[in-house]
Structure formats: structure tokens, C-alpha cells
Write a protein that binds this ligand. Structure first.
Ligand code: PLP
Length: 294
């Protein structure tokens, strides 16, 4: 069975010079495709999305495409040609024809230095098994992100809230968590507001209602969190966004880190203090997230 599929975009952006050839084509995932001069590789100058595929169906595709275009705008990259991306993503998943859970990654870089177009590709593969994270939960630590919660407004050049390829800091934070005996991180702003995980959105429950920190805080507009709220609303559960402090989080009766691919992982400890895991609620949430087609 094919385990990886790669598509390369000849026309990743609306500004890219056209030609007579196809706007995208499949390529050999095991052979070299990227120039050593690509700014995505040399500067981390680009954007990406990771999209869940459940039962062969793309989840939150339109939300991911909107966020991809938003990230491009924040980085002042050429505008992604979303029609080309959409049709290439759909074809890539069809080619992979996954049986179980899978994911698609879309990447657009600023291209080769002094070149005339961005570089774009789509990669699809089967997902790792996240059963342990979804059932046993994650021990997390709160780490200072070193930016205020209003950074998006005051300092847009820091690109907080864009899904850029520069994830070295996010990876370093997870290594710091491991040094402290934990498995994941919740970032807190320098002025004490709960932000997000390095690859996830924070969702928590208090008095039966679900909360999340919301956007405008220099954090990503999470597609999984949006779907968790849709699921909750379909069950008559109240949902709301609020400014969250570490104290609010510690007082919550359950906390999750939610993201594409891993879906909802309950938090079982924050800075070494136990947090209750609601297994039944998490299973129901993940069953819905895994089956959703929007
Ligand atoms: N925040 C960050 C920094 C992320 O990298 C991600 C996903 O990778 C998320 C939040 C969750 O977003 P989504 O649910 O759309 O995957």
C-alpha cells in the first residue's frame, strides 16, 4: 500500500507566472525536490497547514485554506491560488486512499532567493497512533512565551498568529517540557494570559461549559477548537471565549489540547498538579472529530 503521496505546485500563488503545463503534478516523495537555496529551508520563511483526514475525508478543509491565506497575508507572501491548492489536496488524498487516520501537509515558502514564485507542495501520509495521548492524557507545563497577549496588534512583524515554518521555538519548548518531566506545553504570555500549545489550542470545561482563549492573542485560529465548539453546541453545551489565566485553567474541571491529526488530548497534569481526565467526554469528542467532514 502507498504510504506517502507528494504533489508539487507549479502555480502555488495567483501571481505565479502561468504556463501551458498543469498547475500541479504528483512527484516522487523519496527523491529530491527542494533547492538548497529555497527560503523555506534557509530562513524558515514560509507557511504551512496540517489537515486531518478521517475515513478518507478532509476535515475543516475550508477553514485550513482560509488560515493558509491569512498566514500568507501576514508574511506578505504572494496570495495562494486556493483553487489550485484545494484541487491538488483533494487529489493527493484520493491518491493516498487511506484506510485509517491520515493527514495532509501543505507548505508554501517564499521560494528561491531572487526567484519569481513561491515554492509549494502537498504531502499526504498515514497518521501515527495517538491512542495513548487521547486516553491517558498529557502532563503539561506552563511556559512563558515572552510576548504580551496584545503582540498581534502592537508588533505584527513578530508574526504571532501566523502558521509559519519557523517552529524551532515550539520544538525547543517541548524539549524543555521533557526536561521537566512533562510531554507538552501551554504557553503563557509575558503578562500572564494563557495562549496555546506549541501545536494545539487550549480548551477547558467549567460548570459544564466549554471555554477557549479565542483569537487576537497572537495565537492560531484553531480549526479543531472550532469543531469542538460545534460538537458541544450540537449537544446543548454552552461555549465561550475568554481571557484565561493560569488560575482559571487550574480551577477548570477538565482541560484539553486540541489539534488536527492528534485531535483532543486531555491534560492530566499542569506543572505537576493533577487535573481530572474525563475519559467518556473525550471519547465522544474524538469520535465526532474523527468522523466530521467539514
Ligand atoms: N496552535 C498552534 C501553534 C498550532 O501549531 C496548531 C496546529 O498545529 C494549533 C494551534 C491547532 O490548530 P488546528 O486545530 O487547526 O490544527
Amino acid at each position: 500500500m502507498t504510504r506517502h503521496v507528494l504533489a508539487v505546485l507549479a502555480r502555488p500563488s495567483v501571481e505565479a507566472p502561468g504556463g501551458n503545463g498543469p498547475a500541479w503534478s504528483f512527484a516522487e516523495p523519496e527523491s529530491a525536490q527542494l533547492s538548497v537555496l529555497d527560503l523555506g529551508a534557509t530562513r524558515g520563511d514560509g507557511i504551512f497547514e496540517s489537515i486531518s483526514v478521517g475515513n478518507g475525508r478532509l476535515q475543516a478543509l475550508e477553514h485550513h485554506l482560509r488560515r493558509f491565506a491569512h498566514s500568507a497575508a501576514m508574511l506578505e507572501l504572494p496570495t495562494p491560488d486556493l483553487e489550485t491548492w484545494r484541487s491538488a489536496i483533494i487529489a493527493t488524498v484520493a491518491e493516498l486512499a487511506p484506510q485509517g487516520e491520515a493527514f495532509v501537509k501543505t507548505v508554501m515558502t517564499r521560494g528561491i532567493e531572487y526567484g519569481d514564485r513561491p515554492t509549494g507542495w502537498i504531502y499526504a501520509s498515514l497518521s501515527p497512533d495517538f491512542t495513548r495521548e487521547r486516553t491517558e492524557g498529557l502532563a503539561v507545563v506552563l511556559l512563558d512565551r515572552g510576548l504580551r497577549h496584545d503582540v498581534e496588534r502592537t508588533s505584527p512583524w513578530l508574526l504571532a498568529g501566523a502558521k509559519t515554518l519557523s517552529y524551532a521555538v515550539n520544538r525547543a519548548a517541548v524539549r524543555e517540557a521533557a526536561r521537566r518531566g512533562a510531554e507538552d506545553v501551554i504557553f503563557v504570555s509575558s503578562d500572564g494570559i494563557v495562549l496555546e500549545g506549541p501545536t494545539s489550542t487550549v480548551v477547558y470545561r467549567r460548570d459544564g461549559a466549554l471555554f477557549s482563549p479565542g483569537t487576537g492573542l497572537g495565537i492560531l485560529d484553531g480549526t479543531t477548537q472550532a469543531n469542538v465548539f460545534r460538537w458541544a453546541q450540537s449537544r446543548g453545551i454552552t461555549t465561550a471565549y475568554e481571557l484565561t489565566t493560569p488560575e482559571t485553567l487550574r480551577a477548570a474541571d477538565a482541560v484539553w489540547l486540541v489539534s488536527s491529526v492528534r485531535l483532543a488530548a486531555p491534560v492530566r497534569a499542569i506543572d505537576g498538579e493533577s487535573v481530572a481526565v474525563d475519559g467518556e467526554f473525550t471519547v465522544a469528542m474524538n469520535a465526532w472529530l474523527g468522523a466530521v467532514t467539514e
